[in-house]
Write a protein that binds this ligand. Structure first.
Ligand code: FES
Ligand code: FES
Length: 187
């Protein structure tokens, strides 16, 4: 029968177990010991001080924490760091090549695709993942496939402009039935 052990008053609580993991973060192999409940986002921000990835909602609703795991975009607040053992993680800090910005970073600047900038690292990492997926063919598909990345400042037109430019796809969706385009006057 299991006996309930009552800690002595004043006794230090038992240390939580930590688990060894190895991650390749922005090209650098990183060995850590971490508690099982630590999210990948908290590992990056609180333990490794890679604060480019932002914590907006901490529950998978805003996309501010988007990073790339083996080239695929994920919400880093929704995964435990221990689950990513052995994976290749890329954050916004790992996209530039030395002093040369990633084309998406440069395009966001050129298009003025941010205001407060809080969503921007997640938007850019998500756009890199979108390009890796190769599914988006026009601006509408960019909007749809990046709908998990919320911008409270409403910089969506500029974000879509930046992403479509780098992807070299149409920034405006052609339509043959102009009567169904809300807000336009058919000609
Ligand atoms: S902080 Fe991860 S989705 Fe909002
Ligand atoms: S630029 Fe402010 S939330 Fe997107």
């Amino acid at each position: 029968m299991d006996a309930q052990v009552t800690p002595r008053p004043g006794a230090a609580p038992a240390a939580a177990p930590r688990y060894p993991i190895t991650l390749r973060i922005n090209g650098q192999e990183t060995r850590l010991e971490i508690e099982a409940w630590v999210s990948l986002l908290d590992l990056l921000r609180e333990h490794l001080h890679l604060t480019g990835s932002k914590k907006g909602c901490d529950q998978g609703q805003c996309g501010a924490c988007t990073v790339l795991v083996d080239g695929k975009r994920i919400n880093s607040c929704l995964t435990l760091a221990v689950m990513q053992n052995g994976r290749d993680i890329t954050t916004i800090e790992g996209l530039a090549e030395g002093d040369t910005l990633h084309p998406l970073q440069q395009a966001f600047i050129d298009h003025d695709a941010f205001q407060c900038g809080y969503c921007t690292p997640g938007q850019i990492c998500s756009a890199v993942g979108l390009m890796n997926e190769g599914e988006a063919r026009n601006a509408d598909q960019v909007r749809e496939l990046m709908s998990g990345n919320v911008c409270r400042c409403g910089a969506y037109p500029q974000i879509v402009g930046a992403v479509t430019q780098v992807m070299n796809i149409p920034a405006v969706v052609e339509t043959t039935d102009r009567s169904v385009v809300v807000g336009t006057v058919p000609v």
